[in-house]
Design a binder for this molecule. Structure first.
Ligand code: MEV
Length: 462
């Protein structure tokens, strides 16, 4: 398809409505200024990667330089830059970046960049975002970006009395912490509170743990928090008479929560001979399973992280931190359970909510160093770390919905089959059109195995 002649690119207004009465000149000028801003890109999946990129460019915000970054291989991460990011660098490592379409978040259309190796995730999130769009899109909120830094104190003679001493000198402790990060304080963030927990027993004996509660603004915050913890530890030793060992942030960021809500009209769920009501019932049973059974909840939550991690990776954030926080939060009641909640509202709509710790940044770390991460952030057009976190939970809720719908209906394998077959075809050496041909025949035969792929490839090559 020629992108230039795609009517969706030249004749859509911000709300995605056609505007046939506008002159081409006016429309082009408006497009240049505002982009199409409609994430409902029908047929996007049928384009080739170059055409898709042009369409993404027309959405808004990206220039030719950004396109070169994304298409230049390795996300244009040079070996020199990579060598400064981690130790012992010998190369860089590519992963596919896809775009999840159809997302509408608080009334704004968003194209969501996802970096991930697993087939069906981008398609599933896009499909679910379309269902949610039918119910008015995602609605989000988040808490202030508060994180906790911990200082472990041992050999404290009278822990309860020491706790009082620490709290009495809170202002002094906070001032010392904030002296480490003037820029954060200048932006309205910084250490805001001190808390103390006492553990009367542990495998090594009693300990006292001081918390610094830090507002990280648009940073993920790990470096600032760790510096603050290290800076206040000697003062805490002096106050308590104890010895400080660990001084590090906590990845259980339960004060830095992001929330998303999605309403899906039951009529939108109708598919493949199943009524919307039947699909909704299946989804509710899938949710109920995850709500009560930790074995299922783990997989259910993995399905949520399928949507979140790819956005975290695309934007250069720390996905291990987010994973750690997510699963700890899922166990906060004492039993590991589903991170999402699904209900039926008074009109019978399916309503999903997801509230979870989400510590991401839009400044600092790899977000600034990796050119593709910069481009991903530019495409998302987020003004704050909170806004990015909110988009992440939308992607998580979308992936969750897509997985539950598929599992409750046709099963997960059917959707996976085509891409899985193509991966097997490539693994046995198929190139170009042969990949599709070998994959098509294996799917037709319902025999998707490397041995069969080799046979078919040999047959085609003859
Ligand atoms: C596969 O990557 C994710 C699922 O297992 C999630 C789920 O079971 O809900 C399909």
């Amino acid at each position: 398809m020629s992108v230039q002649h795609d009517p969706r690119l030249v004749a859509s207004d911000e709300a995605g409505n056609h505007c046939a009465d506008h002159s081409l000149h006016f429309r082009e000028a408006k497009k240049k200024k505002m982009g199409t801003k409609n994430s409902r890109l029908q047929g996007f999946y049928q384009l080739n990667p170059f055409e898709r990129l042009q369409m993404v460019k027309s959405f808004d915000g990206l220039n030719d330089e950004d396109l070169r970054t994304l298409h230049g291989g390795n996300g244009s991460l040079t070996i020199e830059r990579a060598d400064k990011m981690i130790e012992n660098v010998i190369g860089t490592y590519n992963l596919p970046m896809g775009i999840a379409t159809n997302f509408q978040v608080n009334g704004h259309d968003k194209l969501v960049p996802m970096v991930v190796e697993e087939p069906s995730i981008v398609a599933g999130a896009s499909y679910a975002a379309r269902l949610v769009r039918a119910g008015g899109g995602f609605h989000t909120s988040s808490t202030p970006p508060l994180m906790i830094g911990q200082v472990q104190l041992v050999n404290v003679a009278a822990p309860h009395s020491a706790r009082m001493d620490i709290l009495a000198r809170k202002a002094e402790i906070l001032a010392l912490a904030n002296a480490q990060s003037r820029s954060l304080v200048g932006l309205g963030g910084g250490a805001q509170d001190v808390e103390v927990n006492i553990f009367p027993t542990s495998p090594m004996g009693p300990m006292l743990v001081a918390h610094l509660v830090v507002d990280c603004r648009d940073a993920m915050g790990a470096n600032a928090i760790n510096s603050m913890c290290e800076a206040v530890a000697p003062l805490l030793e002096e106050i308590t008479g104890g010895r400080a060992y660990l001084r590090i942030l906590s990845n259980l960021t339960d004060r830095r929560l992001a929330r998303a809500r999605a309403v899906v009209p039951v009529s939108a769920l109708e598919r493949d001979g199943l009524s919307g009501e039947e699909v909704a019932e299946g989804i509710m049973w899938a949710y109920a399973f995850a709500a009560v059974d930790p074995y299922r909840a783990t997989t259910h939550n993995k399905g949520i992280m399928n949507g979140i991690d790819p956005v975290i990776v695309a934007t250069g954030n720390d996905w291990r931190a987010v994973e750690a926080g997510a699963h700890a939060y899922a166990s906060r009641s004492g039993q590991y359970t589903s991170l999402s909640v699904w209900e039926r509202d008074a009109e019978g709509n399916l309503v999903g909510t997801l509230e979870m710790p989400l510590s991401v940044g839009i400044v600092g770390g790899a977000t600034k160093v990796h050119p593709a991460a910069q481009t991903a952030l530019k495409l998302l057009n987020v003004q704050s770390a909170n806004e990015l976190a909110e988009i992440c939970v939308c992607a998580g809720l979308a992936s969750n919905l897509a997985a539950m719908r598929a599992l409750a209906c046709e099963g997960i394998q059917q959707g996976h089959m085509g891409l899985h077959a193509r991966q097997i075809a490539m693994a046995v050496g198929a190139h170009g059109v042969m990949v599709d041909e070998v994959a098509r025949r294996m799917v037709e035969e319902r025999n998707i195995k490397p041995a069969r792929a080799e046979e078919l490839l040999a047959e085609i090559r003859h």
